[in-house]
Ligand binder design. Sequence first.
Ligand code: ADP
Length: 622
Amino acid sequence: MAVKMPNKNGKNKISQFMRLGLFWAIVVLIGLAVYASTAQHANLKEVALSDVVSRANKGDIKLIQVQGNDLTVTVKDQDKPTEKSIKENSSIYEQGLKKDAPVEVKVVPQSRTGEVMWNVAITFVPVILIIGFFVFMMRQSQGQNNQAMGFGKSKARLYGEDKKKVNFDDIAGNDNAKQDLQEVVDFLKNPKKYRELGAKIPRGVLLVGHPGTGKTMLARAVAGEAGVPFFSISGSEFVEMFVGVGASRVRDLFTKAKKNAPCIIFIDEIDAVGRKRGSGMGGGHDEREQTLNQILVEMDGFDGDTNVIVLAATNRADVLDPALLRPGRFDRRVNIMLPERKDREAILKVHFKNKPTDDTVNLDALAAKTAGSSGADLANIANESAIIAARRNKKKITNEELTEAFERVAIGPERKAKVMSDKEKELTAYHEAGHAIVGHVLPDSDPVHKVTIIPRGGTGGVTWFLPPEDKSYTNVYEFKDILARAMGGRVAEQILYGDDGITTGAGSDLRNATQIARDMVIEQGMGKALRDQVFHEDNGGLMFDKMTRERPYSDETAKQIDQEVAALINEAKARAMTVLKANRSHLDKLAAALLKDETLEEEAVVDILKGTKLPKEAKLHA
Ligand code: ADP
């Protein structure tokens, strides 16, 4: 992609000035040449042809030069022409000049412009060629920027003065990250202050956080706050089919950046090139590794005065090569968290700033419902709600559009068009009612937010639980209630249709439940016998690496892990069964209500489930 150079930079100004100067010098030289070859005829005295002929016959004229109908006359005692005349369209002899007159008549080629151009060419082309050669050499030496092959060039985009600037104020929340990055802004603005105290300016800052949490925005805001250019490239753009291209792109990018210093280089998805080395299939020298090496070389090559700071973003800091994180490279790290409730509200406010909403819209309530959403998700909800409102020809966004947009972003759009048979509908209603009742009855589960049997995204229906407030930690009781309510759907099918009447409708529930149970045992030390030990395997390497890596625990332990996971699932299933059997009448009631209304909100569900009981056997604690 073409990169537009900012003209703010001093060096660029000089070379622009030089190029302009050269252009005008060439124009002036050509003008002079034209003038020189026409001027010689300009101040000759004009005389009548008859006069010329008679004086020539008498012997007073030495030379007559004939060019078309123009004559120039050199009189006897002169070396240069002093007079000019014009003849008619016939030979000068036919106009009365005697054949034996003592005068030399010389015919010169007719086209004067041709002659002038020829003169110019002979005189100035070599000069222009020499100047051109020097200009070329100068540009070459300004940087090895002009590589012959375009694909070796970095595709870095430059956001200079023309593109809308982003500032810290445009980013809601993220206060800690902003505070950390404020220092980087200060380095860029006042490098002298730090150097005078002998401090080394940081070279690289790693921004670590989930996708959509605003890492790119923050990097742009650093550039915006410091008023410096911003080069952005994605790690995956370095890696191409041809070996060596990535490395040459890195070189090109850093050369460009150094020319524009002070500036920011932003490398998105650095993990695409920066994974631990030595894990590639094709030996130690694959393309990715060369690219990574080149990044390291360039960063080490910054001298003390280079005011270029490299910001890199990733959501997998754990897989990065340790060499990238060494001092002098990406030795600073800024963690960017998923936004908390008040930050979510602030982000929503930013994105609803230019969208007309009516009084029913409550952004605080939406913020409460969206735990776990990233800034990008919230921006997406805002945009979706505006699109839905526009489609309904509304002038303002109402709560209805907001809710629909939220659900669409969270679980995918409703698929009302999908036709379900009555039997399937009944099955879905019981399945969802099973989830809802188990979740409602068990004490450590989040409350039910909504139940629907309208297909959404890839599912037949949805039961939705929302935490009343943001949570940072989950205890074993809570995990076990999550597992039990996840099993509630399958158990309801079993109660209704018998052991072999169960369907594929529970497939994704079972996958989720198994994953949670495995995480509890392997990652969180929450197994019964395997309490307080973790059996984490680093999944950062490439496929080959995973195949050859030995498990960090014995076969015996592997077996035990499997048993623990199975025990958790069985316990969850048994608890769900106890709860649903004890509340069988409520199961029928809720399923019937779902068949009638298709979607039930929290209040309606709570109303229907009044009087449900928590059986003693399902209790985990007092
Ligand atoms: P990342 O680089 O972390 O994947 P981006 O910086 O590309 O995320 O963010 C994607 C979009 O999400 C932004 O364009 C912006 O609209 C929105 N966004 C994310 N975080 C915030 C925030 N804190 N304030 C306002 N908007 C945000």
